[in-house]
Design a protein. Structure first.
Length: 575
């Protein structure tokens, strides 16, 4: 157990010297006095609230509940706002700024007099950014998930954010619904603050944090507007104070065993394809060498048991909460998890879920009756993706498990839109629609353009799925036979840059292969003719991003932020 004199914040406030007098006097300038900081842990509340972050719109209020909990436990709370990760409004993509957010979190914690941290986030990139920054800093932290919004509703039908947008947009483009109906969906699909209530990237990442042991047990499943969410926020504040005294740092929680738990939970939930990039990035920050092969191995033996859209058929996150939430799902997974791992509440995972109950075995299925027989995601390799590509078989038409067809290639999103909006474009359901130059550097930032809308030429024939292929990502709320994260990306000269319209693409999900039927000699000749595109940026953050971002198979982190890159950053000098 730590003693008051061992607190990191004491280096700022305790000494009887010139600098510490300055720290104390400036704290008093804000209305504080010695009773606030003397012998007490200073707790940072890292808040990603903003007026343009609808998923986090309630976090300004929740910070007050976290503060209440910190005070109750005898700590001193300090709210430190950081970059907000608005998935809807941040362009060209919030993924471009995930690493910047992680950087900001790490440096904000390192440079201020704080002993422990509550991380407040939820929207897609906020969870990995917060965790990456905090684990790199190494202070005791607890993650407080924003929670999902209420179920959507229109004309008596449940609506799932994102998932039903894609569905009804295809129906509108096919002429099956009216403008008034489309406007009705628009007004009914997002009924409260909170993240997407499908098992999209936001719910996926919050569940992963919970499965990793980084949240209070089951915190990821509490809907944002539920009164229990406020109580959970206060409980986070109380618990992190104890974590400081116990010196329960992230290296004691984010181990190889707990990382496997997080991956297993992800696969069982029907997780977003984005989970792969973020899992790898977070694990590598913790010194755990997680790879695509590990993810695929766990996915092959972990069925999807959360019957939540888009992998599931009907239910949403509110239903998942009422059914028992993540603790109930983890109880169903049984010996697929290592229940001996430590979690942020100071107990083992096994102790946390010992009394969990499943109140609806159609929402949370037993292993004997899964939604899908394998995990949510599969990793494909071949001459088109030597470093891997990702697909979500649980959310696509099963007829595409093995597919062979000619490519239609678009070099940009603008070119792609011309193809998909042309009702007379010559194509069949066997074609493979390819978008390239949309990866980490090509996008820039790897936008969610990989959820390629169905072409009008096929919609009017009644088709609702086809094989689509790109080096981009897609929204976790999406569905369909979309092959994503092709690595290396086209923009840096990966094989995807070399294929041509008419080339035959072969995909075999059971055998995990993705190839183009072009000889090695022809591919080499094409590579010799290939010219690298002009860099996307010539100044600013974009230049740093382009020079240092790694490819999708390595998590798209900055190379210089890896744990194996040079010596650890020293603590700041207090002088």
């Amino acid at each position: 157990m730590k003693k008051p004199q061992d607190l990191r914040s004491a280096r700022w406030f305790a000494p009887d010297d010139l600098r510490s007098m300055g720290h104390r006097s400036r704290a008093m300038q804000m209305g504080l006095d010695g009773a606030d900081w003397e012998g007490k842990p200073v707790i940072a509340i890292i808040n990603t609230w903003s007026d343009l972050s609808p998923c986090h719109h309630h976090l300004r209020d929740r910070a007050e509940f976290v503060k209440k909990g910190v005070y109750q436990a005898g700590g001193m709370p300090v709210e430190l706002p950081v970059h907000a990760f608005s998935e809807q409004f941040l362009k060209p993509t919030s993924m471009l700024y995930r690493n910047m957010g992680a950087f900001e979190v790490e440096e904000t914690l390192r440079s201020h007099p704080v002993d422990g941290v509550v991380l407040m986030g939820g929207c897609d990139k906020s969870t990995p950014a917060l965790v990456m920054g905090a684990v790199s800093m190494g202070l005791p932290f607890i993650y407080m998930p924003a929670g999902a919004m209420l179920r959507g509703n229109y004309a008596g039908q449940k609506l799932g954010s994102g998932t039903d947008v894609w569905k009804y947009w295809d129906e509108r483009r096919a002429g099956k619904i009216t403008k008034d109906q489309w406007d009705g969906v628009q007004g009914g699909i997002a009924r409260s603050y909170g993240t997407c209530m499908t098992m999209g990237t936001a719910s996926t990442m919050m569940s992963i944090a919970d499965g990793w042991g980084l949240t209070l047990p089951g915190a990821s499943s509490i809907p944002a507007p539920d009164a229990g969410h406020k109580r959970m926020a206060a409980a986070c504040g109380r618990r992190v104070v104890d974590m400081v005294w116990e010196d329960l740092t992230p290296d004691k929680i984010m181990t190889w065993e707990s990382t496997r738990n997080a991956v297993t939970v992800a696969m069982a939930t029907g997780c977003s394809t984005n989970a792969i990039i973020h899992l790898i990035a977070m694990a590598r920050r913790a010194g755990v060498p997680l790879t695509l092969d590990h993810l695929d191995e766990i996915g092959r033996t972990t069925p999807v048991i959360a019957n939540i859209r888009p992998s599931g058929s009907d239910y949403l996150m509110e239903d998942f909460f009422y059914a028992g939430g993540l603790p109930a799902l983890m109880k169903e997974l049984g010996d697929k998890l290592d229940l001996g791992v430590m979690t942020v509440n100071g107990q083992s995972m096994g102790e946390n879920i010992a009394d969990a109950e499943n109140f609806n075995d159609d929402v949370i299925r037993p292993l004997s009756n899964p939604v899908y027989h394998e995990g949510s995601l599969a990793v494909l390799r071949g001459n088109l993706a030597p470093d891997g590509a990702v697909i979500k078989p649980a959310a696509m038409d099963p007829k595409f498990q093995k597919h062979r067809g000619p490519a239609i290639v678009a070099d940009s999103y603008a070119e792609l839109k011309e193809i998909i909006n042309d009702e007379d474009y010559p194509m069949t359901p066997d074609h493979v629609l390819v978008l390239r130059n949309a990866g980490p550097q090509g996008g820039p930032g790897m936008p969610e353009w990989g959820m390629i809308p169905m072409p009008k030429a096929l919609l009017k024939q009644g088709h609702r799925d086809m094989v689509r292929l790109s080096d981009a990502r897609m929204s976790g709320t999406s569905y369909g036979a979309c092959v994503l994260h092709v690595a290396p990306e086209a923009f840096v000269g990966g094989p995807l840059a070399l294929i041509r319209t008419g080339d035959i693409i072969e995909m075999d999900i059971p055998n995990r292969s993705l190839n183009v039927d072009v000889s090695d000699a022809d591919m080499a000749a094409r590579k010799a003719e290939w010219t690298a595109p002009k860099p996307r940026y010539e100044r600013g953050y974009g230049v740093m991003f382009s020079k240092h971002v790694e490819q999708a198979d390595k998590g798209c982190d900055f190379d210089f932020l890896r744990t194996d890159y040079g010596a650890p950053v020293p603590e700041p000098e207090i002088n």
